[in-house]
Structures are given as structure tokens and as C-alpha cells.
Design a protein around this ligand. Structure first.
Ligand code: FPP
Length: 233
């Protein structure tokens, strides 16, 4: 969700005004995904690297996140949305964590859109944490390392049980992955728009999904093989 800062700067406003405008875009996109039948939506709301930002910006982001959760709980329930988090949640301030677990628990039985908030998230750290959990398991259970498959390893990541992303949308024209879902993005399609996140609308989301629908996903195969596979059902 890039571009909140630039959006604010262009208007002579403090960066936090950009984040506030960014929350409005979050609300619209979440509701549209729930309505359109998207099964999983992951929002990169706060990276581990974002802790390096000025303290007042970090604090303001945590306040915005908590307000969003408090204010949107009804909408989350009404739209059958299930909230999950990924990342080092233990690093998030305790009061925000309490609100997060309240909304996560309340929405656990919903079976519409799964909304995943990536918080204090780093793709590399997640892989390292998974490797630690896996090696502890090996030491405990006596499993042999050569039995480890990609699928097994995925189960140790914080995204365990969540399918890999089909589409990654990046705003403000940035052509980087910025430590987001490094393992899981192996075959994700990218959609990059010049729009700054606060200007990203439901129509932009629909355009990204339409564009995705026209892509040929080969997963290492040839185009002819993919066509054959599609035709044979
Ligand atoms: C990136 O823009 C945005 C962030 C680091 C924060 C995103 C957070 C929100 C939209 C609000 C809280 C989240 C939720 C889910 C309610 P930037 O600040 O890096 O912008 P810039 O690249 O223009 O400086």
C-alpha cells in the first residue's frame, strides 16, 4: 500500500494524513473483495523495517490500525470476513494486540473473505523463523531432514494453511517486492499501478483483477502444454 506519504506531501499535509486517507482505501478494497468473492486478501500494513520510521509516525500507524479494527468490527462480521495476522505479532504494542485478538477470535467462525494483515512482517524473517521451528521439530521427533518437502516447509511459515497469492498489486509504481511473501510469491502475477495508495479505488482493483484474468500462467510449462491442460479440463 505504497504512496501514503507522497499523497500527503503533494497536498502539503503531514504523512499521517496520508495514512489516514490510506485507511479509507483499505476499507473500500476490503469490502469490494468480500463482495466479489475473493477468498484471501493480504494487506502489507506494517513491515519489520517500518519500525525504523520516526516514532510519532509508528505510533500514529498503530493508533490507526487499532481504530480501524474497532470501527470495522461490525462491517467485518456483516460481510462474513475472517481476520488473520501474519508476522511477528508479539512485537506489536500490547493494546493493539488485544484488539487484534478480539477481532480475530470474534471472526474466527466466518467463512467468506479471509483478511490477512501482515504486521511487523518480513518475508526473510518468516523463512528463518520457519527454519527454526522445523529444526526444533527435527530434534524433537527424530525426523530426517531429507524427508522435508516444499509443501512440508510451507506449513512452518506464518502463512500455513493460506494458499500462495495469485496476484500482488503494488501502488505508486514501485517495482520491488520489499520483503513481502518472498516464499509464497514464487508464481504470483504482479500488477503495478502508478496510483498512490490513497487514490486506489474499487475500479482500480477491478481493473487489476480483469488484467490478471488475461494472463497466461505457465508454472514452468510451455504455452502449448498449458493450453492442452486447460482444454482437457
Ligand atoms: C506505505 O506508504 C504505507 C505504510 C507503511 C502503512 C500502511 C498503513 C495503512 C494504510 C493504515 C493502517 C493499516 C490498516 C490495515 C488499517 P508510505 O508511507 O511508504 O508512502 P511513501 O512511499 O509515499 O512515503
Amino acid at each position: 500500500m505504497d504512496g501514503n506519504g507522497r499523497w500527503a506531501k503533494a497536498r502539503g499535509l503531514p504523512r499521517i494524513a496520508g495514512h489516514r486517507a490510506g485507511v479509507k482505501a483499505v476499507r473500500a478494497v476490503v469490502e469490494e473483495c468480500a463482495r466479489a468473492g475473493v477468498e484471501y486478501l493480504t494487506l502489507f500494513a506494517f513491515s519489520r523495517e517500518n519500525w525504523r520510521r520516526p516514532e510519532d509516525e509508528v505510533n500514529a500507524l498503530m493508533v490507526l490500525l487499532e481504530q480501524y479494527l474497532e470501527r470495522e468490527l461490525d462491517t467485518i462480521m456483516k460481510n462474513n470476513i475472517r481476520l488473520r495476522t501474519i508476522g511477528r505479532i508479539e512485537e506489536i504494542p500490547e493494546d493493539v494486540r488485544r484488539t487484534l485478538s478480539r477481532v480475530t477470535d470474534r471472526s474466527a467462525g466466518n467463512d467468506g473473505l479471509t483478511l490477512i494483515l501482515a504486521l511487523s512482517y518480513s518475508g526473510r524473517q518468516d523463512i528463518v523463523d520457519a527454519a527454526r521451528r522445523w529444526s526444533e521439530e527435527v530434534a524433537r521427533s527424530g525426523k530426517t531432514p531429507d524427508a522435508l518437502s516444499e509443501e512440508d516447509f510451507s506449513g512452518y511459515l506464518s502463512t500455513s494453511g493460506i494458499p500462495d497469492p495469485d496476484l500482488i498489486i503494488r501502488t505508486s509504481g514501485e517495482m520491488r517486492i520489499s520483503n513481502f511473501l518472498l516464499w509464497q510469491a514464487a508464481y504470483a502475477e504482479f500488477f503495478v499501478t502508478e496510483k498512490l495508495w490513497p487514490d486506489f479505488t474499487v475500479d482500480d482493483l477491478r481493473e487489476a483483477i480483469r488484467d490478471f484474468g488475461g494472463r497466461e500462467r505457465r508454472f514452468g510449462m510451455t504455452s502449448d502444454q498449458v493450453k492442452e491442460e486447460t482444454e482437457s479440463g
